[in-house]
Write a protein that binds this ligand. Structure first.
Ligand code: NAD
Length: 444
C-alpha cells in the first residue's frame, strides 16, 4: 500500500522504515527539516539497532521523507499519525495531534476518493473518535465513515529493540468503527499473518495501550517498594527475594524436560532506581488525570507514580550510608539514557539524580556509551560528560549505575585494578556484589 506517516520520532521513523521493509511504499513527514534531510540521506535521526540498515535498503525507492504533509497525504491511501502526546502537568497535551489532524483534513479537502487516517500515537480513550474525527471533518468539509475512515492502531514497540519489536510483534491491535477502516489496516499488516490480531473499536484500542503501560509501571513501582523495605531490614537482599518470586510457575513456566521458560514480565519485577522514558511516566499520569476527569479516581496508579518520583531520592539515601555529606563528593552517573540501547533521555532518572546531587553540593559527571548529544541537551550544564568508561571510573568517588548498558559488565575488571576504587552504587542490580571491591545496591 501507499502509506504516509506523520511524525518521524521514535515511533514514526521505525514504523515508516518497517512498513517499507514489509513491501509497502512509505512517505515519512516531519515539521523538522533536519530530520527529513537525515532520513533522505539514509541516516536514522535516532539511535535504534538495525534502523540504519533498513534505511539504507529503502531510502530513495520505497521510503522517502518530506516536510510537505499535504503532498504526502495526496500520494498515499492511508495516513498514520505518530506525533508526540506529552503530559502538560495536568492532562495529556493533544495540541500536536490536533494540528496534525487539521493539516491532514485540509489535504483531504482537495483529495478525491476514500482515505484512511489511523492514530498510532498514544491518546486517551475517546481522542480518536471525538478530537481527531472532529478536526478531520471540520478541516476537510467531509464526513468520517462516508468520505474517509478514522482508525486507531496503538504501537507497542520498546526503544532499544524497536525494529525487532515492530518486525516481530507480539500482537497487533486494530481499532476502527467501520469495515473499510479495519480492512485498510488488515492490508497493511497482511505480512504478519501469524501474529495475534485484535480488531476492536477505537476507544478500546486506545485503552489497551494505556492499560499495557500502566501494568508495567505498577510492577516496577511495586518491586521498588519491596526493595526499599529490604534496604531497611538487614540480612535481606531484594535480588534474592525476587529470584524466589520469579520461580513461581506464573513467572517461569516449568517445561516437561525440567527446564523453565521465563515470562518476560518477570523483568519488570526487579528493584531499581525507577522507570523513565517517553511513555510510562507520561502515560500513567495522563490515564490517572483522564480517570479523575471522568469521576473515576485511580489511587493505585497515583501511588505507582509517586513511588517512581521518589525513587531517585532512595539512591541518595544509599549514598549517604557511605558519605555523610555529598558536598564535594565526585559522583559519576553511569548510563544517562532512560534505558539501554537507546539515546532517548526523556524523563531519564539520570536527570533527576543529577539535579538532586547538584543540590547537595556533589561534583557530578556522567558517562553513556551512546546518549551523548541528547544527554548534553537534557542534563544540567554543570554535569560534565566522560568520553570513555575507563575515564569515568578514574574520576569517581562513587559510581552510580543508572542504565543497564552491557558495557558496564566491564566494571569488575576496571575496578579490580584500582588502588583506591570508588564505591559502586548499583541502581539496576546488574553487577554481582562480590565482584567489585566496594558495592552498594538498591534493595540490600
Ligand atoms: P517524538 O517526540 O520522538 O516524535 C514526534 C515527531 O513528530 C517529532 O519529530 C515532531 O517534529 C513531529 N511532529 C509533530 N507535529 C507534527 C506535524 N504536525 N507534522 C509533522 N510532524 C510533526 O515522539 P515518539 O516518541 O515517536 O512518540 C510518538 C507517539 O507514539 C506518542 O504518542 C508516544 O506516546 C507513542 N509511543 C511512543 C513509544 C516510544 O517508545 N517512544 C512507544 C509506543 C508509543
Amino acid at each position: 500500500m501507499r502509506i504516509s506517516v506523520i511524525g518521524t520520532g521514535y515511533v514514526g521513523i521505525v514504523s515508516g522504515a518497517c512498513f517499507a521493509e514489509t513491501g509497502h511504499h512509505c512517505i515519512c513527514v516531519d515539521v523538522d527539516a533536519a530530520k527529513v534531510a537525515r532520513i533522505n540521506s539514509g541516516v536514522a535521526p535516532i539511535h535504534e539497532n538495525g534502523l540504519d540498515q533498513i534505511l539504507a535498503r529503502h531510502v530513495g525507492t520505497r521510503l522517502s521523507a518530506t516536510t510537505d504533509l499535504a503532498k504526502a497525504v495526496h500520494d498515499s491511501e492511508i495516513t498514520f499519525i505518530a506525533v508526540g502526546t506529552p503530559f502538560d502537568g495536568q492532562h495529556i497535551d493533544l495540541s500536536f495531534i490536533r494540528a496534525a489532524a487539521r493539516q491532514i483534513g485540509a489535504a483531504l479537502k482537495a483529495k478525491a476518493g476514500w482515505h484512511t487516517v489511523v492514530v498510532k500515537s498514544t491518546v486517551v480513550p475517546g481522542t480518536t473518535d471525538d478530537v481527531v474525527r472532529a478536526e478531520l471533518e471540520s478541516a476537510s468539509g467531509k464526513r468520517a465513515g462516508i468520505d474517509f475512515g478514522v482508525g486507531m492502531n496503538p504501537e507497542f514497540l520498546t526503544e532499544g529493540t524497536a525494529v525487532e519489536d515492530f518486525m516481530r510483534p507480539d500482537r497487533i491491535v486494530i481499532g476502527g468503527n467501520e469495515e473499510r477502516t479495519v480492512a485498510a489496516q488488515r492490508e497493511i499488516y497482511a505480512g504478519f499473518a501469524s501474529t495475534p490480531t485484535l480488531v476492536t473499536n477505537n476507544k478500546t484500542a486506545e485503552m489497551i495501550k494505556y492499560t499495557s503501560n500502566s501494568v508495567l509501571a505498577t510492577m516496577i513501582s511495586f518491586s521498588n517498594e519491596i526493595g526499599n523495605l529490604c534496604s531497611t531490614l538487614g540480612g535481606v537482599d531484594v535480588a534474592d527475594v525476587m529470584r524466589g518470586v520469579h520461580l513461581a510457575r506464573y513467572f517461569s513456566t516449568p517445561m516437561p524436560d525440567g527446564s523453565r521458560v521465563r515470562a518476560g514480565i518477570s523483568s519488570f519485577l526487579w528493584a531499581g532506581c525507577g522507570y523513565g522514558g517517553s511513555c510510562l511516566p507520561k502515560d500513567t499520569k495522563a490515564l490517572s488525570a483522564h480517570g479523575a476527569s471522568r469521576g473515576a479516581a485511580m489511587p493505585l496508579l497515583d501511588a505507582v507514580i509517586e513511588t517512581n518520583v521518589s525513587q531517585p531520592q532512595r539512591m541518595l539515601d544509599l549514598l549517604n550510608r557511605h558519605f555523610r555529606s555529598l558536598s564535594g563528593v565526585r559522583v559519576v552517573l553511569l548510563g544517562l539514557a532512560f534505558k539501554e540501547d537507546t539515546d532517548d533521555m526523556r524523563e531519564s532518572p539520570a536527570i533527576t539524580l543529577a539535579r538532586l546531587l547538584l543540590e547537595r553540593g556533589a561534583d557530578v559527571s556522567g558517562y553513556d556509551p551512546v546518549a551523548r548529544e541528547t544527554a548534553r541537551a537534557a542534563l544540567p550544564k554543570d554535569v560534565r560528560l566522560h568520553a570513555t568508561l575507563a575515564e569515568a571510573v578514574q574520576a569517581a568517588d562513587a559510581l552510580l549505575l543508572v542504565t543497564r548498558w552491557s558495557e558496564f559488565q566491564r566494571l569488575p575488571a576496571l575496578l579490580g585494578d584500582m588502588v583506591k576504587p570508588p564505591l559502586l552504587l548499583d541502581g539496576r542490580r546488574v553487577i554481582e556484589p562480590s565482584s567489585v571491591p566496594r558495592y552498594e545496591g538498591i534493595g540490600r
